[in-house]
Design a binder for this molecule. Structure first.
Ligand code: SF4
Ligand code: SF4
Length: 281
C-alpha cells in the first residue's frame, strides 16, 4: 500500500525543487471567501481537486529595479521555467505516491494577445497564494509576501490529497502608499486609499508590456520594484524609494549620474533602445 504523504514531506520536496515559499489552500477557501468569480474556482478546472499547493520563487530586487532591461527579461524567463519545472515535478511526485495531481502553468493564457482579448487568465495564482497563506493581495493586485513584497512569481499544483490549510495572513501588508500608482508609466491604476484594490486598466498595462517586449526589455514591473513591502529591501540595501522618482530629472541634468550608473549600464547592453532612454551627448 502506498504511503500517504504528509505536508512536511511535500514541503521538503518543493523546497528541494527550488521553491522558496510553499503554502496549502483547501479548495473550500474559494467558496468561503467569495472573492474569486466561481468560474475561476479550482473545481471548475479539475472537479476532483481538494488542495491547491502554491509555490513561489523571488525575483531579485537589483535586477528588477534596473528595468526595463534585457537582464530583467532573462531573469523573468528563468523564473518562469523554474516555476513550471517545479510544479510539474511536484505533481509527478504526488502521482508516484498515489495522490492524483496536476500542475497549473504560471501564466495560463498563451500569449499577451490572448490575454488582451480575454482580460483574464485560466487561474489566479495570486488569489491561490493568498488562500495558501503566502501573503496578501495588495492594492496593485499582486501578491505581497512579508519576505519579498510583490517580488515573487507563483505557480500551483492541484491534488486530490486533502491537507490542512496554512494560516492566512491577517495583518495588512499593503500600506496603501499608492507609489505603485504614481510610478506606473501607463497610468493603469486608478482609485484611492479608501479602496481595497485599485481599478486596473489591464489593456493599458498590456500595451506598455508590448512596447517593452518589442525591445526585448520586458516585463515592465515598475509597480513591483517600487513597493516598500518586503524584507528583501533590507537584504539588497535598497530602501530609498525616492531614487525611482528622481531618476528622470537627475539624468536630464547629468546623463551619467553616478547613482544611476549600474541601471544605465544594464539597460544599455542587451535589447533595443527605448524612446525614454537618456539621449547620448
Ligand atoms: S506600492 Fe504601496 S499601495 Fe502599492 S501594493 Fe505596495 S504597499 Fe500597496
Ligand atoms: S506592470 Fe508596468 S504598466 Fe503594468 S501596472 Fe505595473 S507599472 Fe503599470
Amino acid at each position: 500500500m502506498q504511503k500517504r504523504l504528509t505536508k512536511a514531506e511535500i514541503v521538503e520536496k518543493a523546497q528541494a525543487l527550488g521553491s522558496e515559499l510553499v503554502g496549502f489552500a483547501p479548495v473550500g477557501r474559494w467558496e468561503e471567501f467569495g472573492e474569486v468569480p466561481t468560474e475561476f474556482h479550482p473545481r471548475n478546472i479539475w472537479p476532483l481537486v481538494q488542495t491547491v499547493i502554491v509555490m513561489a520563487v523571488p525575483v531579485w530586487l537589483p535586477i528588477v529595479e534596473a528595468a526595463p532591461s534585457e537582464l530583467g527579461r532573462e531573469h523573468y524567463l528563468t523564473t518562469n521555467e523554474l516555476l513550471d519545472v517545479m510544479a510539474y515535478r511536484l505533481a509527478a511526485f504526488l502521482n508516484h505516491h498515489g495522490h492524483a495531481a496536476i500542475n497549473l502553468p504560471r501564466d495560463g493564457y498563451g500569449e499577451a494577445g490572448v490575454l488582451a482579448e480575454k482580460q483574464v487568465a485560466l487561474f489566479s495564482h495570486v488569489w491561490a497564494g493568498y488562500y495558501a497563506g503566502l501573503g496578501q493581495v495588495g492594492w496593485n493586485h499582486t501578491l505581497l509576501s512579508k519576505e519579498y513584497g510583490p517580488r515573487q512569481r507563483l505557480v500551483s499544483v492541484f491534488t486530490t490529497l486533502k491537507l490542512e490549510g496554512d494560516p492566512m495572513i491577517a495583518v495588512d501588508l499593503c500600506s496603501k502608499c499608492l507609489l505603485c500608482q504614481k510610478i506606473c508609466p501607463s497610468h493603469a491604476f486608478s482609485g484611492d486609499h479608501s479602496m481595497k484594490y485599485a481599478r486596473m486598466d489591464k489593456l493599458a498595462c498590456m500595451s506598455q508590456a508590448k512596447k517593452f517586449r518589442a525591445a526585448f526589455r520586458n516585463p515592465c514591473g515598475f509597480c513591483i520594484k517600487v513597493c516598500p513591502v518586503g524584507e528583501d529591501r533590507k537584504l539588497f540595501q535598497s530602501t530609498n524609494l525616492k531614487k525611482y522618482f528622481d531618476e528622470a530629472a537627475v539624468l536630464a541634468k547629468d546623463p551619467a549620474a553616478e547613482e544611476y550608473r549600474s541601471w544605465l549600464h544594464i539597460r544599455k547592453y542587451g535589447g533595443y533602445p527605448l524612446p525614454e532612454d537618456p539621449k547620448k551627448e
